[in-house]
Design a protein around this ligand. Structure first.
Ligand SMILES: [Fe+2]
Length: 428
């Protein structure tokens, strides 16, 4: 019986795969190649993310317009011919590495976020039912969040802006965890530290499960007695977490102390700065930011900028000065997922603010100067783009999702049109 050609070539060759980077002239590029680096800063290019596959003729032409050469990632295969009793003959073939495209990167981030949310909801309801706190799966969820924040912090931080008031406790816990991991990454912490920090942040408010809903969701100011019950969520959390021997011990410290202040005016104990750990200091800042920028049944959330101003004002007394400064720099004036109104009246959604160009982000324009929908297109403020009347685009203000009738979540769910390509974070 004859062997198939495929089987026989497999028998005759041994294949070694090696990932390599190669510099190519833009005229040598073809569709399907993975572009790892451009010869100019990404922030000055019309491309959204670092590293992408050339998927369309449009992308190819855009790369040719803005670069002379690029670095592509290739998977090189060395086919070594096996010839008994003879010297092995080497044949080289090159295949282009398959990487994730933008759509699946965003979908992945969303999948991680939704999985974390379902897990934390289950965890909270089992604690409310008096069941033992299961921590094994929690570690897995946080580890996946760390992976995604390390890959693409913009995509996950964008998701922290899409708040659903019905799921406040679960979303707040995940947002605090993601923001803490992102800040830890920004402060150049090691991966194992980010995982521990993520666990501490995720469980920081777990004691609220023992506080009555009428107090948690009261639409008017709390009485002194109600406030003192609310403040006890730190003590309840300490008790709940101390019952578990397999949980990272820092989680007890963070849950117990995240309302303490450097000046000793916090609760529940009013301890001084020397007793407040770095993880607690980080969680205190991101917890305050997420709480201030969230809508609650009793108050409308602040804008990101106003929340950052408050953190800046209280740095050194309430918040750790160094971590607060780093957090403000990380979030920036123009956070992705927020709306930007231009001086000409047009409105867009902020996509990314790249290092070195925080004040000149990329924006998807969605409303024209009369606040009517316009075909979505991306402008890169670092390139000083002009509107249809020849005036340079300039930022006038930044607003939360919901302003101008724009729900950023809706835009993402139904798919944005970028460079002629439809993508949806909820697709797949
Ligand atoms: Fe709290």
């Amino acid at each position: 019986m004859f062997k198939s050609a495929k089987a026989s070539s497999r028998d005759r060759y041994r294949v070694n795969k090696v990932l390599k980077r190669k510099q190519l002239d833009v005229n040598q590029l073809s569709l399907g190649m993975y572009i790892a680096e451009l010869d100019c800063p990404w922030s000055e290019s019309p491309f959204l993310f670092q590293g992408f596959i050339l998927e369309s003729q449009d992308d190819l032409e855009m790369v040719r317009e803005c670069c002379n050469f690029v670095i592509v990632e290739v998977s090189e295969e060395e086919w070594l011919e096996i010839q008994p009793n003879k010297k092995t003959k080497q044949v080289k073939r090159t295949r282009y590495a398959e990487k994730q495209n933008i759509a699946s990167e965003l979908s992945d981030a969303n999948r991680t976020y939704q999985a974390a949310k379902s897990h934390i909801k289950l965890l909270f309801s089992s604690v409310q039912l008096g069941q033992a706190l299961s921590t094994e799966e929690t570690h897995g969820v946080v580890s996946e969040c760390v992976n995604k924040v390390m890959q693409n912090p913009n995509a996950l931080l964008w998701l922290t802006r899409l708040k659903n008031t019905d799921d406040y406790t679960a979303e707040h816990s995940i947002n605090v965890s993601l923001l803490a991991i992102a800040l830890g990454r920004h402060m150049e912490m090691e991966r194992w530290e980010l995982e521990n920090l993520g666990i501490c942040a995720l469980l920081h408010d777990i004691g609220k499960l023992n506080v009555a809903d009428e107090i948690l969701n009261k639409p008017s100011p709390l009485t002194a007695a109600e406030f003192s019950e609310m403040a006890k969520h730190t003590i309840y959390a300490k008790k709940l977490l101390m019952e578990r021997s397999d949980i990272y011990p820092g989680a007890v410290d963070v849950a117990y102390n995240h309302h303490e202040r450097l000046d000793g005016k916090g609760y529940p104990r009013g301890i001084d700065a020397s007793k407040i750990s770095l993880f607690t200091r980080i969680v205190t800042i991101v917890d305050a930011y997420d709480a201030m920028t969230s809508d609650r049944c009793y108050k409308k959330g602040l804008s990101s900028l106003d929340a950052l101003r408050i953190i800046n004002k209280h740095k050194g007394t309430q918040f750790d000065a160094d971590a607060a400064q780093k957090f403000i720099a990380m979030i920036g004036l123009y956070p992705p997922g927020y709306l930007m109104e231009m001086k000409n009246g047009e409105v867009g959604i902020i996509l990314s603010h790249d290092k070195g160009y925080q004040l000149r982000p990329k924006v998807i324009m969605v409303l024209d100067k009369n606040k009517d929908p316009q075909p979505e297109n991306i402008i890169n403020l670092s390139q000083n783009p002009e509107d249809s009347e020849g005036n340079k685009y300039q930022a006038k203000g930044v607003f939360r999702s919901g302003a101008f009738g724009i729900d950023v979540g809706d835009y993402i769910n139904r798919g944005l049109k970028i460079k002629g390509m439809d993508y949806s974070m909820l697709s797949e």
